[in-house]
Design a protein around this ligand. Structure first.
Ligand SMILES: C[S@@+](CC[C@H](N)C(=O)[O-])C[C@H]1O[C@@H](n2cnc3c(N)ncnc32)[C@H](O)[C@@H]1O
Length: 151
């Protein structure tokens, strides 16, 4: 029987695609979570992504120091409105880098924050309000105004 070239080529092509998809799937599954200090971002039980403790954190410990930039609310639009903090004057907004903008809200938070002025600009310092166990989701309180000014 003569080898059927088109059939062989199709089989080679299909096998190549299948192997490519399988490798892509494995690589995606193996991609390590990005950790910063004692925090990892992972799926939250309350909304989308959230921040989780990768180790036990002691009451009062600083969890992250986030460099921040203060901008006018005119610079913040769309979904970004839900990620920024209030700044030092009424229309000021703080864009907090690192993982600082990704924490979800709780009315019984385990994290709080304060603003610190440094020679390089403002920083948002996130610290533990109580002992936090490894694996717990980290929450700060967005404050009442945050929720009343959004739907
Ligand atoms: C700063 S983001 C927090 C990270 C967000 N979960 C994400 O996946 O990007 C703020 C948004 O998260 C959601 N969120 C935060 N805390 C929540 C909560 N306790 N219940 C419901 N939604 C919450 C709201 O949609 C809010 O607009």
């Amino acid at each position: 029987m003569e080898p059927n070239l088109p059939v062989i080529l199709s089989l080679v092509l299909i096998s190549g695609i299948a192997v490519g998809v399988a490798i892509g799937f494995l690589l995606k599954k193996k991609r390590p979570a990005i950790r910063r200090g004692a925090i990892v971002i992972s799926a939250s039980t309350v909304s989308g992504r959230g921040a989780f403790a990768t180790e036990n954190i002691k009451d009062g410990a600083i969890i992250e120091r986030c460099p921040a930039i203060e901008v006018s609310d005119r610079d913040i639009g769309g979904e970004l409105v839900n990620y920024v903090f209030y700044g030092n004057y009424e229309t000021a907004r703080l864009v907090v880098m690192g993982y600082g903008m990704l924490f979800n809200h709780s009315s019984t938070p385990n994290v709080a924050y304060y603003r610190e002025e440094t020679s390089l600009g403002p920083e948002m310092v996130l610290y533990a309000l109580r002992n936090i166990r490894k694996g717990e989701e980290l929450y700060y309180n967005y404050g009442e105004e945050w929720w009343t000014t959004r739907q």
